[in-house]
Design a binder for this molecule. Structure first.
Ligand code: AHR
Length: 512
């Protein structure tokens, strides 16, 4: 009898351990901000095989292309509803002279890509190629200007070249190069990582440079149509944000950047796909720090801009590991596993929940570099688990945030803890409700209860991204190993949803 009691106690104890119940409350309100679609932005640098051998294969390639840009990539990114694309860097931006990349191909000079592998490039992908590609993608371009090694005149000229519709030296040059109508580029970065590869500046010095560059950058038609974005802090450098917010007049500042990579240790980043639970835990600890970063940078911005006119723009984020074995260390090519799917889902939930201030973000990087959504190998192209998460989450783009509150259960590893559950919710213009849930825990499922009675929707369906192992990934041989599937492990008990989220998985529920 005693033995039976003990067994029953153990069963109940163990099931509680692996089935912590969490109640999520979702507020149905119209007062919350809209989730800017630009939070789902991407980044394409002249780095490794992102542009050359990635997006751009040239118009003589046998790979189907439009003006040299791969059709399969364009199709995949359109399906992702890519809202914007940042280019040409990154560190590359502060070495890039845009006039090298316009005009007849044979007259374009070569340059050495000093930051990324020291390779020589021929400038065959330049301003027209990028901006026309953005038109194909239906994405807003976000141009990163050269402050570190460029001049004020050069950047002002670039704005005139891309944006001015009247007669001017730069618009005449644009027309001579085959494009009469301006592209009207809205988003302009004034330098990149000015504290590092962009010039090793102090915050005070950069604030002065910013004011000078921003003064001479206009859309040349006085419509106020461009958003000037300051090169933001390195992760938790809060002083950087403070100095910029204090030192730059708000009417010159459309956005302030923040860069944060989820990295185990900059000296020992760990393998992209042969990692242990310890490696996973450390990556997620670094990724989830985004919550604290966004909260603290926001609080500083609130001091100077209580009306929240200036956007926070997390224009580089994602997981950064050692490069895939046997590849050029300067090319930053890494595989993308279930770890990356969880990282993406949890990070995007953080951005959604801070939609009042975070109005743009750019995953680093789009193709073949770091946490890519697309990988290519010659004519082959695959999408990654991160791609699937971005696609599932696209339903949040421009939807009204539904504020969410809950006490997350804990994911414990080696005596350290992280919140195990991450969530965000929104209501789109048709009234459909979407709830995205992530279980960060590598071992335990989590049981969630959501009272959906107040949300004005009745019927729920769901999709999930998960796999047998955290280390699983899509390969060129097995490209569809990890794709979203229908998720049915939940019950709708008269408007109360009971959901069991498997370990390391990402779920999006849709209520109509
Ligand atoms: O995304 C790779 C590099 O990371 C970028 O070029 C730079 O801005 C950052 O340090």
């Amino acid at each position: 009898m005693k033995k039976a009691l003990l067994i029953s106690f153990l069963i109940s104890f163990c099931s509680q351990l692996s089935f912590a119940q969490t109640t999520i409350t979702i507020k149905n309100t119209n007062d919350a901000p809209t989730i800017d679609k630009n939070i789902y932005g991407h980044f394409a640098e002249h780095l490794g095989r992102c542009i050359y051998g990635g997006f751009f294969v040239g118009d003589t390639s046998k790979i189907p292309n439009t003006n040299g840009v791969r059709n399969d990539i364009v199709k995949a990114l359109k399906e992702l509803k890519i809202p914007n694309l940042r280019w040409p860097g990154g560190c590359f931006a502060d070495t890039y002279h845009w006039k090298d990349g316009i005009g007849p191909q044979e007259l374009r000079p070569t340059i050495v890509n000093k930051w990324w592998g020291g390779v020589t490039e021929d400038n065959s992908f330049g301003t027209h190629d990028f901006l026309n590609m953005c038109e194909l993608l239906g994405a807003e371009p976000y141009l990163s200007g050269n402050v570190g090694s460029g001049t004020v005149q050069e950047l002002a000229d670039w704005v005139q070249y891309t944006n001015f519709s009247g007669k001017s030296p730069m618009s005449d040059l644009r027309a001579k190069n085959g494009r009469k109508e301006p592209w009207k580029v809205k988003f302009w970065g004034i330098g990149n990582e000015a504290w590092g590869c962009g010039g090793n500046m102090t915050a005070e010095y950069y604030a002065g440079e910013y004011r000078k560059f921003a003064t001479f950058m206009s859309d040349w038609e006085n419509t106020g149509g461009i958003t000037r974005i300051a090169s933001g802090s390195n992760s938790s450098d809060y002083n950087w944000t403070e100095v910029l917010m204090k030192g730059i007049p708000l009417n010159m500042l459309g956005g302030v950047g923040v860069h944060h990579y989820a990295v185990i240790d900059w000296g020992k980043k760990g393998s992209d796909r042969e990692f242990t639970e310890e490696g996973y835990f450390k990556t997620m600890k670094s990724a989830l720090k985004m919550e604290e970063l966004v909260t603290k940078h926001s609080a500083i911005m609130d001091k100077y801009d209580p009306e929240k006119k200036v956007a926070m723009i997390v224009d580089e984020w994602g997981g950064w590991y050692e490069v895939e074995k046997g590849t050029n260390p300067g090319f930053l090519y890494q595989q993308n596993t279930m770890r990356d799917a969880v990282l993406a889902g949890a990070t995007l939930n953080i951005f959604n929940n801070h939609a009042d201030r975070v109005r743009m973000a750019n995953l680093a990087q789009c193709v073949n570099v770091l946490q890519a959504v697309i990988l290519t190998d010659k004519a082959k192209m695959i999408t990654t688990p991160t791609y699937s998460v971005m696609k599932m989450y696209a339903v949040h783009q421009d939807a009204k945030l539904l504020p969410i509150s809950f006490q997350s259960p804990l994911y414990t590893f080696n005596g350290e803890t992280l919140p195990a559950v991450s969530a965000s919710a929104s209501k789109d213009k048709n009234g459909a409700v979407h709830i995205s849930l992530v279980n960060v825990d590598a071992k335990n499922k989590n049981k969630i209860e959501i009272d959906a009675n107040q949300l004005g929707v009745k019927n729920f369906t769901a999709s999930i991204i998960t796999s047998g192992k955290l280390q699983d990934y899509n390969s060129f041989e097995n490209p569809n190993k990890i794709v979203p599937t229908v998720f049915k492990s939940f019950e709708n008990k008269k408007g109360k949803l009971e959901i069991t989220i498997p370990p390391f998985s990402v779920i999006v529920l849709e209520g109509k």
